[in-house]
Design a protein around this ligand. Structure first.
Ligand SMILES: Cc1cc2nc3c(=O)[nH]c(=O)nc-3n(C[C@H](O)[C@H](O)[C@H](O)COP(=O)(O)OP(=O)(O)OC[C@H]3O[C@@H](n4cnc5c(N)ncnc54)[C@H](O)[C@@H]3O)c2cc1C
Ligand SMILES: NC(=O)c1ccc[n+]([C@@H]2O[C@H](COP(=O)([O-])OP(=O)(O)OC[C@H]3O[C@@H](n4cnc5c(N)ncnc54)[C@H](OP(=O)(O)O)[C@@H]3O)[C@@H](O)[C@H]2O)c1
Length: 521
């Protein structure tokens, strides 16, 4: 154990998009960014296949003060382009001086008064986060060293990432798990570590089963089908627990997709937190219109994609997938590979292993050489492994979501913020705006409400999400994101309506460009 003195007042843990945005917005505090790996970029570096591309339109996934070199390019950037963009961002704003690579945070200790912890209004005793008092001690392991170095900070920003790093693996009773299977079981995260030759060698001519039907699973099925062209190729079977809507592009019956959900007028149709009685009434009256929009999109998807043919049409409305940030963009060749018999589908809510593959709920036995679990990630586990007690036990509430005020502050965890844990259509935008809001808080431009009020706000929001989508645990704000931004603007002392004229205000989409620093900041 080594104690290291540092002049930095703020620790930022994680060098992905959220950590970089936090470093830029808190640069005036000379932060230290601890990044576990040898490179920045987070999931785009460690969790991408060769075919991975952004699925958010390029101009929406852009730092407000750092445009893409060619922002009108309609293609979706590859993960390599995204990494180049992030490195240029770090260079342009001289963020490298803050970043410590190969520095994994393994433990964090609270240094404040334990008996007063848990009351955010007592942050550093006067309700303010920065008061010259170290509040957290951060234990860091560097490179291959086994020694923990300890650094003290007044404030910590957790940007460890909701995805990546820790795979979510299905669990089975003994005798039905991978121990009985004679083939290989891998998570998509393992697949990301392989080079092109290794992936070909792994899948060519092999019977592959993929568990899952979301973006990681869909992209992997296409890569598997590509590898298995020719007479010795084998089909790849997707085992689907829940069907979800997939989208071929951001155009619906010729109309731009943003018209349906990303403008003030379109979000007006949806329930939002604290909307008041009158608006609730209007919202109820607008239910047929809301349903109509969803059905309009569903009609296009059912016409454009062979969902009926393959039994892939979900029973739930499209807007529930949109409201939970689960809408996957379908790779162009997915259904042509299915038509060629190289991708197959099996629906089963339960499954388990046998010696030669997997068994489905109806008793069907699928043979497999490899079973890929495209089953997602354990983001909260990452937080739990570094946070001390009792805080590690507080990160999820009874509804199974993180109780974060403005998606950033846990009312019971003092002098700490969380960025990258709520989602929207552009997670970069969501993270960057929250970092601006956090910077404003740390500059004492406003004070946080009391603990009870923050929890009340979180509960109201959770209820709205719960009423909007059965998948509310994804903690997604996409149907009321503009309202969420308005609330933050108001607290920061910014204009809430930012378009300048009523027509744009009603019908043009809100993006990060609408939140470029106001002069006084
Ligand atoms: C394959 C993939 C594609 C995606 N595509 C899109 C998309 O098209 N649009 C969209 O809006 N969102 C997308 N997302 C969501 C994506 O997670 C966010 O857009 C964003 O990149 C998340 O950034 P982050 O910084 O919050 O987290 P991450 O990118 O996960 O970064 C976290 C960083 O923290 C580091 N870290 C973790 N633990 C520690 C520790 N203990 N000590 C030090 N460092 C640590 C990690 O090494 C990592 O670098 C995608 C996610 C995945 C997995
Ligand atoms: N830009 C891109 O190209 C790209 C690429 C990959 C990922 N991503 C993003 O990365 C994030 C993670 O995506 P992901 O696809 O890795 O994970 P995910 O969205 O969490 O999806 C996990 C999938 O596995 C299924 N699953 C989980 N446990 C299961 C079990 N025990 N049995 C059967 N099925 C199970 C889930 O089914 P249920 O629906 O029933 O839970 C779901 O289909 C998402 O935000 C996604 O949009 C983006």
């Amino acid at each position: 154990m080594v104690n290291v003195s540092n002049r930095s007042r703020v620790a930022i843990i994680g060098g992905g998009i959220s950590g970089l945005a936090a470093a830029k917005q808190l640069a005036w505090l000379n932060p230290t960014v601890f990044e576990a790996t040898s490179l920045i970029g987070g999931v785009w570096r460690h969790c991408s296949y060769r075919s991975t591309r952004l699925q958010t339109p390029r101009p929406d996934y852009e730092f407000s003060d750092f445009p893409w070199p060619d922002r009108t390019d309609p293609t979706f950037p590859t993960y390599k382009e995204i990494l180049d963009y992030l490195e240029s961002y770090a260079t342009h704003f001289d963020l490298w001086r803050f970043i410590k690579l190969e520095s994994k945070v393994v433990e964090i200790k609270y240094l404040g008064d334990e008996s007063r912890a848990g009351f955010t209004e007592l942050w550093s005793s006067d309700g303010q986060a920065l008061n010259g008092q170290p509040m957290w001690e951060v234990g860091v392991v560097t490179g291959q060293s086994e020694t923990i170095e300890w650094y003290k900070f007044e404030f910590v920003v957790m940007c460890l990432g909701k995805y990546g790093d820790i795979p979510k693996m299905p669990v089975f009773p003994f005798g039905r798990g991978p121990e009985v299977f004679e083939g290989k079981v891998m998570h998509t995260l393992d697949y990301c570590k392989l080079n092109e030759e290794e992936t070909k060698e792994l899948m060519k001519g092999k019977k592959v089963v993929i568990i899952g039907y979301k973006k990681s699973a869909i992209d992997l099925a296409v890569e598997c089908a590509k590898t298995n062209q020719g007479s010795d190729g084998q089909p790849c079977t997707m085992v689907i627990r829940t069907l979800h809507w997939v989208v071929p592009s951001y155009s619906i019956w010729g109309l731009p997709f943003y018209l349906f959900y990303s403008t003030r007028s379109s979000q007006f149709l949806h329930e939002r937190p604290n909307q008041g009685l009158f608006r609730s009434l209007i919202c109820n009256l607008l239910t047929p219109l809301r349903t109509g929009v969803s059905k309009f999109i569903e009609s296009y998807l059912s016409w454009k994609l062979p969902l009926e043919k393959y039994g892939l049409k979900p029973d739930h409305p499209f807007h529930e997938d949109y409201a939970s940030c689960q809408m996957a963009i379908m790779p162009g060749n997915f259904f042509s590979e299915a038509d060629a018999g190289r991708i197959r589908f099996e629906k089963s809510s339960k499954w388990w292993f046998w010696e030669k593959g997997v068994v489905l709920e109806d008793g069907t036995k699928l043979e497999a050489d490899i079973v890929f679990c495209a089953t997602g990630f354990e983001g909260k586990k990452k937080l739990r492994t570094v946070l001390p007690n009792p805080y590690s036990g507080l990160i999820e509430n009874n509804s199974g979501i993180m109780p974060l005020y403005r998606g950033t502050i846990h009312p019971l965890i003092p002098n700490m913020a969380f960025v990258g844990y709520i989602e929207s259509v552009s997670n970069l935008h969501t993270s960057e705006l929250r970092c601006r809001w956090l910077a404003s808080l740390l500059k004492r431009r406003f004070k946080l409400p009391g603990v009870a009020d923050m929890f009340k706000e979180v509960d109201i929001e959770t209820e709205v999400m719960r009423r909007t989508t059965r998948f509310y645990k994804r903690h997604c704000i996409s149907t009321y994101s503009i309202r969420h931004s308005d609330d933050m603007c108001r607290e920061m002392g910014w204009e809430e309506w930012r378009k300048g004229n009523w027509f744009s205000e009603a019908f043009s989409p809100y993006s990060n460009q609408d939140y470029i620093d106001e002069k006084k900041d």
